[in-house]
Design a protein around this ligand. Sequence first.
Ligand code: DX5
Ligand code: ZN
Length: 219
Amino acid sequence: MKKIKISPSILSADFSQLGNEIKRLEQAGADMIHVDVMDGHFVPNLTIGPPVIKSLKKYTSILFDVHLMISPVHKYIEDFSNAGADIITIHPEATENLESSINKIKELKKKAGVSLNPETKLELISDILNKIDLVLIMSVNPGFGGQKFMPEVLEKVKKLKQIKDKMGFNFDIEIDGGINFDNCKLAINAGANILVSGTTIFKSNDGDIKKNIELLKSN
Ligand code: DX5
Ligand code: ZN
């Protein structure tokens, strides 16, 4: 059983203090930093790009778990790699050739992740499961923090975990969207070993991020 890791989403952080927020997250016990990159095209929201990621790297030594909700994504992979992304997660719908985009990430010596929206079927990525380091299961439709968890995706997590165990694959299973203290145990029991959380970590318990990270980990 893999250790449960917490990847706080900085989408819910104070964007005027991102460097300090990232430092706070590391000190509060975050295992990695989930950076939501949005282009206003693949998703109806716009956030940050490589220059901001590059400037944030000096604030922490923990991994940058970069979730690219951008399309087309292939031509930007190298920019995010050079900016300091450690894990680069892309959506299959955002590239013409998923395998070649995964190969590009691996050539750059970064961990390769693939993210599935709630309505995207596992079958879309079954051929590349042996090549990737992480599958990011979306439990909301991507674009915004603070949305309601979609419990129907837990079946997809369970099925993915069964395939992983049966085939002896070693990729991480990360779940992202609406994760809170009530549903995190369901996600872990379904097979997720990395929890992304923005709102619950930054807004619960008067913003006590250390307590919130510990509560998510201890479930
Ligand atoms: C949504 C992002 C998620 C989101 C999580 O498109 O990919 O990472 O920021 O935020 P919460 O935990 O508030 O749903
Ligand atoms: Zn995300």
